[in-house]
Design a protein around this ligand. Structure first.
Ligand SMILES: Cc1cc2nc3c(=O)[nH]c(=O)nc-3n(C[C@H](O)[C@H](O)[C@H](O)COP(=O)(O)O)c2cc1C
Length: 201
């Protein structure tokens, strides 16, 4: 091999080697977080529940992606357990643009490259505590993937509200019926899997 070919060969070996290492490093450091809000108590179409509909979807996403989980809980939770009473409180908070304080937080938020945001559809919007969370963190440069449980309205305009609030582009949302998430584990698993593939996870 003449000197020129050797130099080209060494250059290519180093260049390819470097790129493989860099990609491997990026993949290894790819961290994902599932943030969600979900209620127990009396819920539309599913009766009295001890685990919320959105919680089932959140846990399924975490199981399929290896993501960490963070549940948005109110610091001072005075929401009624009865469905109708809760809808009234929720509507009032939406009109007032309330920002209920949330308990705890994500200490290492900057480490996450992907953040899944899960919420029930409340009056074609999110519970106000989800806004409290979204407004408390810097989403710059992150991939934000919304998922919504509902009982007929689908995701409404929740994805664009998340996009506006975080200032980040969002992926296509997963909208799944609350009663499906609550009662049909296999179907939930399937819908989550299809959505994750479609959105490139
Ligand atoms: C306050 C409130 C408002 C709701 N508003 C809507 C709505 O506008 N459209 C809809 O399809 N479902 C609505 N629902 C039903 C919830 O979106 C659905 O039951 C959801 O799966 C609940 O999720 P969770 O169990 O994780 O809290 C509402 C439920 C509540 C409690």
């Amino acid at each position: 091999m003449n000197k020129f070919l050797s130099a080209v060969f060494i250059f290519l070996a180093v260049f390819i080697g470097f790129n493989v290492t860099a990609q491997g490093g990026t993949m290894a450091n790819k961290k994902a977080l599932v943030v969600y809000f979900s209620r127990t108590g009396e819920q539309y179409s599913v009766g009295n529940i001890t685990k919320g509909n959105t919680a089932f979807v959140a846990e399924e996403i975490a199981a399929q992606t290896g993501a960490d989980l963070f549940e948005i809980k109110l610091k001072n939770d005075t929401y009624p357990a009865a469905y109708k009473a809760l809808t009234e409180v929720a509507l009032r908070e939406k009109k007032e643009k309330a920002r209920p304080e949330i308990a705890g937080g994500v200490t290492n938020f900057a480490d996450y490259e992907t953040v899944f945001i899960g919420t029930p559809n409340w009056w074609a919007d999110m519970p106000m505590a989800v806004y409290t969370f979204l407004e408390s963190y810097d989403f710059t440069g992150k991939t934000v993937a919304p998922f919504v449980t509902h009982e007929g309205s689908g995701a409404s305009s929740i994805p664009s509200k998340i996009q506006k609030t975080t200032g980040t582009d969002v992926t296509d949302a997963l909208a799944i019926a609350g009663h499906t998430a609550q009662n049909d584990r296999a179907e939930t698993k399937k819908q989550v899997s299809i959505w994750l593939k479609k959105t490139g996870f």
